[in-house]
Design a binder for this molecule. Sequence first.
Ligand SMILES: [Zn+2]
Length: 327
Amino acid sequence: MPFVGLHVIPHVPIESPTPWPDACAAELAQENCESHPSIRQRSLAIAQDIATAAPDVIVMIVPHGLAMEDAWGVYCNSFAEGYPAFKTAGPWETPEFKVRVEIDQTAAREVLAAFNVNNVPCQAVTFRGMVMDWAGATLGHSEAIPIHFIRQKYTKAKYVFVSVPGPEKRMRNSPQFLPELRRVGQALHAALTSTNKSSHLSQQRVSVVISCDLAHTHPIRPESRVYKAGRVRAPYGEDADASKAFDELCGMWAKTLKGNCLDAAAHIQEEARSCGYPGLVVADEMLKKHRGKIGARVEAENALRTGNFWYDVWVYCGVMTLSVTWS
Ligand SMILES: [Zn+2]
């Protein structure tokens, strides 16, 4: 069975660079350090789950990649590289965290073909137009931070990067976006579980990783170091009720894998402003299809299990980890 696990990893700027460009950022760095143990520990636990599943390919759904207005992008360079920092030059430059991974180009093309079959608007993306191996796809924090953790436990996989459409489409009108998100999940599941012997993916062990932060509109706590340093409002606006309700619905989904929790969350996504939400819906659809495919036997044997669900609020942003594996 080539589809061997599904995992959610956050991409908040932990283990971020020093020196910091201003006093408030320095306080943010300190706050990062204080929340390091839990976020790092949980992300590394997920990385260990991935190492145990030993995938040949990791398909990563990323919300801050090269985002097209309407289409899903699949990177088709032979490799990808970049930094977990938000900036790659100047005082935030972090060469020590540079990551570089190989892209499975054949798998990427099969994902694109599956998207086309399922009526998902998509584009092959080749950074710098290079057909040779001189230049790779550029990675940012939503790819490089999860990889930064994964590679501490496991370095054998090649990657496929699937970039979510841009903020206009994914942040607004989420209820209308839901059918497309579910078609993406169906397409990915079909590609990963193909029984066609000529399919490359059918011969690979594949893990799916959702790079995901939850609501970005949690109020900054007055006791926070960032607040005391002068950043009293969350940068994307604050909505205490929506952010809390949204994250609770995502948490409910993580514990039960009941998709209607995510359907309900769609109605407050615009207020909660979660970059990772589309990936969670894709994940839900994949798991629904997978349970359907392997069916009652697995349900009966209780072989499908969720583990490692963990939730916290980092400064103004909800973060979660989740592992779903089966045997
Ligand atoms: Zn994000």
